[in-house]
Design a protein around this ligand. Structure first.
Ligand code: WQD
Length: 333
């Protein structure tokens, strides 16, 4: 059985669907701080199987230990954590506690119960501002905000853990910009409050819930002046986790960092243009100031994922827009 922490969230829920569709059994632990347990029925609607669920927080040490006593867990996919960059600047202690302390409890419970296989949800944010894309796994790492530092620190903790005991198998997946939704339109990204990320902003603008969105800067050194990102379809990203687990099973893995991105960048204007073309909806926008902390261009070198896992992203920008819009029309806030 695979323990999926944060399994009711955006990336977690899509990954649980992929696990089930690949014949694997999952148990989710989630504190529901940024998601809802409605997702469990939706997963059942998609896959025919309702995954086991424990409501709880990884900061609860006793709960972490209990999970491994109550379920026969073979490996862990660890998504649980807070993820809003701006909020992390306002509430650093909450971020360090939830993300870092929660991970320490999880790892300690794993060690005590001799479960030593983990896929960790890291982020391209660990490449910082100084590297030139395409970003490769062996580039120097840095972070510019508390959220990013939690990812970086957890990567370091995992490296130290592996150095202390080579019996661990650790894959740190560095995600680029996950967007889209399940093609059924049943699960997707539904942030509460004003969204931080661009796709939910586009969706709500197209749906008339945001009157006018803002493009953060059109004076970057890029062909159309707006920032370039490596958007990746959420189901491609989810499949990357299955491949990572298979890689662990096949090779023992060691401790490796692997990018999950397409290797292709799109500008903000290109993304809005693709969305309008695919959905036939107008996105009302204005160009505003640059957002603090944004880099002009960020995209992956996805070669390592292909070499190690045999994984490449298959879906393009059109499916990302089409599937995200379908979810928005069904369930969007
Ligand atoms: C994408 C582009 C914005 C909103 C962030 C985190 C990263 C990772 C993913 C998650 C940028 C522009 C956005 C808007 C805009 N973490 N934009 N108007 O910043 O690449 O990555 O999310 O857990 O760590 O930093 O993603 O979606 O916020 O922005 O013009 O209203 O869209 O400037 O160029 P980002 P994003």
């Amino acid at each position: 059985m695979i323990l999926v922490t944060g399994g009711t969230g955006f990336i977690g829920s899509h990954t649980v669907c992929e696990l089930i569709e690949n014949g694997k059994e999952a148990v989710i632990v989630d504190n529901l701080s940024n998601s809802s347990d409605d997702v469990l029925d939706k997963i059942k609607k998609i896959t025919g199987v309702k995954p086991a669920f424990v409501k709880g927080d990884l900061c609860d040490k006793a709960l972490c230990d209990r999970l491994f006593k109550e379920y026969v867990i073979d490996s862990v996919i660890h998504f649980a954590g807070l993820k809003a960059v701006g909020e992390s600047v306002q509430k650093p202690l909450e971020y360090y506690e939830n993300n870092v302390y929660g991970t320490l409890n999880l790892l300690d419970a794993m060690r005590k119960n001799s479960v030593k296989k983990i896929v960790f949800s890291s982020s391209a944010t660990v490449y910082g501002m100084k590297n030139t894309p395409p970003l490769k796994e062996d580039m120097p790492l840095s972070a510019t905000n508390p959220y990013g530092r939690t990812k970086l620190f957890i990567e370091e903790i995992l490296n130290d853990l592996y150095a202390s005991d080579n019996g661990w198998s650790i894959v740190k997946l560095r995600y680029f910009n996950p967007v889209g939704a399940h093609p059924t339109g049943i699960i997707g990204e539904a942030p509460s409050g004003y969204p931080n990320n661009i796709m939910p902003v586009i969706l709500r603008t197209a749906a008339g819930k945001i009157e006018q969105m803002c493009v953060f800067g059109a004076d970057y050194d890029t062909p159309d002046g707006s920032c370039i990102r490596d958007y990746i379809h959420i189901t491609d990203l989810a499949k990357g986790h299955i491949k990572a687990l298979e890689y662990i099973e096949k090779t023992g893995a060691g401790c490796v960092a692997v990018n999950l991105g397409t290797g292709r960048g799109y500008s903000v204007f290109e993304l809005i243009g693709a969305f309008e073309r695919v959905t036939g909806k107008k996105v009302n926008y204005r160009v505003g100031e640059r957002r603090k902390g944004d880099v002009a261009v960020c995209y992956a070198d996805p070669t390592k994922a292909k070499e190690l896992f045999g994984w490449t992203a298959e879906k393009g920008i059109d499916s990302m827009c089409e599937d995200a819009w379908r979810f928005q029309q069904n369930y969007g806030k």
